[in-house]
Design a protein. Structure first.
Length: 358
């Protein structure tokens, strides 16, 4: 039996005339897209704000061409790009609305009430949106770290995500970084007839041992304790000077040296954070600010697509119940708190009885 009564949005619904949105979701990755599907299918007006120019999150921007094999229902795997496209299309069919190239700035409380529910104002780099609930699904890590020596080239041959297959097939590529994403990039180049040279600043590769073995088996070169000292464009090539003075020319460069944290953005939101900068949540995915939920990598220890999907769906259901059943979540929390207190009293009584018998 379904847990909700479907109230479908009309295909001709005038979203531009809305005074406020039911739900604003920050982030169009797996968690955000799953949450948006869930709220829209329950008849809630849903807006998704995404800082990048397209949806998909990490599967789209880091693994567009890589086959992801750990998602149930896809026995032959599915590429990050295809998975992102399918989920986005599904969200659009559900009449989820999107705003791209907008970065979250902060979230303000307003004095406006809707059925005793104070509205929030989500402020972005390009505008602001009032809503009843907010779901943060923007990821713990926002933007790829730049490598200044390559960045100054201002070249489309320098990539901070794994490029399209046609961009490196059969070419000589230098990959900077020693983590899993760097190893994956090197493997993809090698599998398509290219030559890959992995440059790792540290003394050892930090990525998975089996991925490193695949790089070696397919003829990739791994240089540890090495970095790019200088770089310049020579015709259509990137000419780089490496540690030790060796100079080589490359067709492409892929930089995978980590990401900048979103902690500064989270601090502006005035929500409780863990020591590592991730957002603290309760069992219902709600943050320390009522009406603001957080899902996926912004808090999670298990960073898997299926986990992000599950959390996005659960948070969306909790947001839906708060909107359609006022005080539902508070009453549920009170009930859970009472159960916890009863459990503590029973445990204490049992402990005292055991001491008495001793």
């Amino acid at each position: 039996m379904p847990d909700f009564k479907v109230t479908e949005l009309d295909a001709d619904f005038d979203f531009d005339a809305l005074d406020y949105w039911d739900v604003v979701i920050v982030g169009a990755g797996p968690a955000g897209l799953a949450a948006s599907l869930t709220t829209a299918h329950r008849g809630l007006t849903t807006l998704v704000i995404e800082a990048k120019d397209k949806p998909g999150g990490q599967p789209q921007f880091l693994y567009a061409d890589k086959r992801i094999v750990d998602i149930p229902g896809f026995p032959d795997g599915i590429t990050g790009e295809e998975l992102s496209e399918r989920t986005y299309r599904q969200a659009c069919n559900a009449l989820v609305q999107f705003r791209f190239n907008e970065e979250l700035v902060t979230i303000e409380d307003t004095d406006q009430l809707e059925k005793d529910d104070p509205l929030k104002r989500v402020i972005t780099s390009r505008g602001s949106y009032r809503c009843r609930k907010v779901i943060l699904a923007c990821g713990l890590l926002h933007y790829p770290r730049r490598l200044a020596v390559l960045d100054q080239l201002n070249s489309n041959k320098v990539h901070y995500r794994i490029p399209k297959i046609g961009d490196y097939a059969g070419q000589r590529v230098i990959v900077v970084g020693g983590g899993d994403s760097a190893l994956d990039a090197a493997v993809m180049v090698l599998q398509r007839g290219g030559a890959a040279e992995l440059v790792v600043r540290g003394d050892a590769v930090s990525g998975k041992a089996d991925s490193l073995a695949r790089v070696a088996q397919q003829g990739g070169l791994v240089q540890t304790g090495c970095e790019i000292l200088t770089a310049e464009l020579v015709g259509e090539k990137i000419e780089a000077t490496l540690t030790g003075g060796r100079r080589n020319q490359y067709d492409q460069a892929i930089v995978q040296i980590g990401f900048l944290s979103a902690k500064a953005t989270f601090e502006r939101l005035a929500v409780k954070l863990h020591d590592d900068g991730s957002i603290a949540i309760d069992p219902y995915y709600e943050t320390s600010r009522r009406g603001i939920f957080a899902v996926g990598d912004v808090h999670g220890d298990i960073k898997l697509i299926v986990v992000a999907w599950a959390e996005g769906i659960q948070s969306a259901i909790y947001a839906f119940k708060e909107i359609t059943s006022p005080y539902w979540l508070n009453e549920k929390r009170l009930h859970d708190h009472k159960i916890a207190l009863i459990g503590e009293k029973m445990s204490h009584a049992a402990s005292q009885a055991f001491k008495g018998k001793a």
